[in-house]
Design a protein around this ligand. Sequence first.
Ligand code: ADP
Length: 506
Amino acid sequence: MRIDEFEERESLKNILWGTGVGTWEWNVQTGETRFNERWAEIVGYRLDELQPTTIDTWMSFAHPEDLQESEQKLNAHFQGEADYYECEARMRHRGGHWIWVLDRGRVVTWTEDGEPEWVAGTHLDITQRKQTEAALRESERLYRLAQTATGVGIWNWSLEKDQVFWDQHCWKMLGMQPSDQPMNYKSWRDRLHPDDLLRVEPEVQKQLKEGQGFVIEFRFLTANNTWLWLQGRGQVVEKTSAGLPLRMMGTHTDIHQRKEAEIRQQEQAEALKNSNQELEQFAYVASHDLRQPLRMINSYLQMLERRLGDDLDTDNRKMMDFARSGAQRLDQMLLSLLEYSRVGRKGQPKQQVSLATSIEEVLNFLYPEIQSSGAEITWNPDEWPEVYASFDEMTRLFQNLIGNAIKYHKADQVPVIHLGVSSKGAFWEMVIEDQGIGIDSTQFSRLFQVFQRLHAQGEYEGTGVGLAIARKIVERHRGEIWVESEGEGQGSCFYFTLPKNRAEAG
Ligand code: ADP
């Protein structure tokens, strides 16, 4: 070898080393091969460990599945169908794992019969690229699966050309044939429900200016001319250097079922509210206006009684008494009903109030009953929280419950009552516990209805509206009320809850 030839070879070797490429030469006719050090290094060996090398050395490292493809491609090149040979193939590394190489080569000498003789080529380690590609493919696959699973469609609006591209999910949710043809903003807008357009349009314009992103619900025209509720999200994702929006991207989600259910629920709630208002109005008018003729009956009864005076015999006097006490009772009932219908209309507005103050007021008010019955009431004012409520109504509530606990005591015992409060998650739970006559569990739900009583008027006085009022007050404050008792003679516990949070209390 001449000196300059030697130098050229050395310099080529250095360049090759710099590229990290392994080289191979193979005599197709004799099977003789020559590999460079890097070729061996790619699979984790030193070249001298692989000596003597033949074409079998390559075959023993290559993945059997890739050998077939490699052979096909080689033959295509040998037969002149391809200018060179190129194949991506796996090789087993010394460590036992597979690595990927890009295998390239071409025939450099031919036999006199036109058969390929020496073929020279390179191996480039592309394992990392392959792994990145596989990870990308996997992430793309999972992304598509997630899209299918969630039914989310993706849109992409290029503002420069005013082209709106939809993915296949966007088309499918509207029953339309997927198309690669972009729409423009106007054709997208034209399919929006006119009522919703008034909300959507300003939101999109605002997003174009300010760019915080939007979430908005609207109806869109489907292929068979029905309206489908969609949730659209969007955000500007590319801007010019001057900050002008270039591209907006977002999603469409089919929320039709949820939205329909929501609308039905709203309508039902509205209808219920109206009917409740009508009922309350009716109860108010009825109880208020009925008292007038009743007063008349009462005064004529009194006049009759006075005129007849001593002419009334015992029987007639009894009948007269019944008529009068009937009229009185009716008046009491009308008054209670009036009071019931007034809950929520006449009371003080909701504000932060102290329940301890409310209880103290009630105990003062009930002082005569407490005194006459000798009731023992235990409670700790420091335990009682402040709540967001109408003070009047809280006082009314405690008055009815504590009043009952005093009233329904056992004939031979003084009333023993405990007022307690405890924290239950987002709510306060209060209890008015007595050791009185108790309640049969089959009667629990009946008690909270208007005019429902378990006892005759002669036994205990009352109109049967106190607990109905209590329930109305508690429910107006977004709480619940219920009773527990082991049965007759076993005492009763009346529970109610109130939200701790002001927003929850409405
Ligand atoms: P009223 O006390 O005017 O009859 P309420 O609506 O306050 O009306 O109570 C309804 C019924 O529930 C009462 O008639 C009584 O039978 C029963 N009740 C209420 N509180 C108690 C209690 N603490 N112990 C036993 N029974 C009770």
